[in-house]
Design a protein around this ligand. Structure first.
Ligand code: SAM
Length: 251
C-alpha cells in the first residue's frame, strides 16, 4: 500500500489539532534519480517495533542527557517552521512542539505515524506525512530540519546523498539538527558485525521474539565533519556520554 502511495506521488497529511485529513499531490523530483540502498530490513524492523519503541527512552542513566537534549532542541527550534524526518512515534516531535511555530513530521512507516498522531502537541501546529526521506518531493522550504537517531542508520555510501536530500528541504542557511547515539560499552547493544566498508550492525530482538540484523553506525565527530564537506556552515557538535547533537546551517 505504501508503494502505491509513493508511485502515485501522493502524501497523506493529517492535521492533528482538528483531525481533518488532506491529501496533497506533490510533484516528482529531488533525490529520485538514484536508487538508494536503504536497508529494507531496517524499515520493517521499525514498523514492527512501533509499540515498544519508546522504552528506549526510559534507561535511568540517560535521563539527564535526554533532558539536556530536549531543552537544547526547544531553544534551537523556538518559533521556527520545522520539517522532521524519520519522526517515529513522535517522541521528539512532542518536545519540539512546545516551542516551534509549526512541524511537519514524516516517517516511512505508517505504524509509527499512527502512534505519533495519537499524541497531543501544543502550541505548534503539527502535521504528519508518510515519506521516504530519500524520495521526499516536498517543494516547500522550511526554516529548519530535525532528524533523531536516523544518521546512525544510513548506509555509509548513502551518507552524502542523505545530507543533500535533507539540505534540500530547508532554506539556504536553514538550521539542520541531528541527534544520535555514541557507542557505550555495557549500555549499548553489542556490535555483532562490521562489513568491509565500515558499516556496523547489531542483532536486536523484539518482544515477539523475532531477531533483526540492524545497521547502526557510531560515527566520530571527525567523520561527521568530513561527511558534511562543503554543504554546511557553522557546524556545531556537542558530544555527551550517550548521545551527540549536531547542528549546522545548510548551504
Ligand atoms: C531510530 S528510529 C527514530 C525515531 C524518532 N526520530 C526518535 O528519535 O524517536 C528511526 C526511524 O526512521 C524511520 N525510517 C527508516 N528509514 C526511513 C526512510 N528511508 N525514510 C523515512 N523514515 C525512515 C523508521 O521508520 C523509524 O521510525
Amino acid at each position: 500500500m505504501l508503494q502505491t502511495t509513493f508511485h502515485a506521488n501522493l502524501r497523506h497529511i493529517s492535521r492533528v489539532e482538528n483531525m481533518v485529513d488532506v491529501t496533497l499531490a506533490i510533484p516528482r523530483k529531488y533525490c529520485l534519480h538514484k536508487r538508494i540502498n536503504m536497508n529494507r530490513d531496517l524499515i520493517s524492523y521499525y514498523r514492527q517495533r512501533a509499540n515498544e519503541y519508546e522504552k528506549v527512552y526510559s534507561k535511568p542513566e540517560r535521563q539527564s542527557e535526554l533532558l539536556f537534549i530536549e531543552q537544547n532542541l526547544q531553544d534551537i527550534f523556538r518559533n521556527k517552521s520545522v520539517i522532521e524526518i524519520a519522526c517515529g512515534t513522535g517522541y521528539w516531535t512532542e518536545k519540539i512542539s512546545k516551542s516551534a511555530a509549526s512541524i511537519v513530521a514524516s516517517d516511512i512507516n505508517e505504524s509509527v505515524i499512527e502512534i505519533a498522531k495519537s499524541k497531543h502537541y501544543s502550541p505548534a501546529s503539527v502535521n504528519f506525512q508518510i515519506a521516504d526521506l530519500f524520495q521526499f518531493n516536498e517543494t516547500n522550504k522550511y526554516e529548519s530540519l530535525f532528524g533523531g537517531f536516523i544518521w546512525s542508520h544510513i548506509n555509509l555510501p548513502d551518507l552524502n546523498r542523505f545530507i543533500k536530500c535533507t539540505n534540500r528541504l530547508v532554506e539556504s542557511g536553514g538550521m539542520v539538527v541531528f541527534i544520535d547515539n555514541n557507542y557505550v560499552e555495557g549500555s549499548s547493544q553489542p556490535i555483532t558485525e562490521t562489513d568491509d566498508i565500515g558499516n556496523t550492525f547489531q542483532m536486536r530482538t523484539l518482544e515477539d521474539g523475532t531477531t533483526h540484523r540492524v545497521l547502526k553506525n557510531f560515527p566520530k565527530e571527525e567523520q561527521i565533519q568530513q561527511a558534511l564537506g562543503t554543504v554546511a556552515s557553522e557546524i556545531n557538535f556537542v558530544g555527551m556520554q550517550y548521545y551527540w547533537i549536531l547542528k549546522y546551517k545548510a548551504l
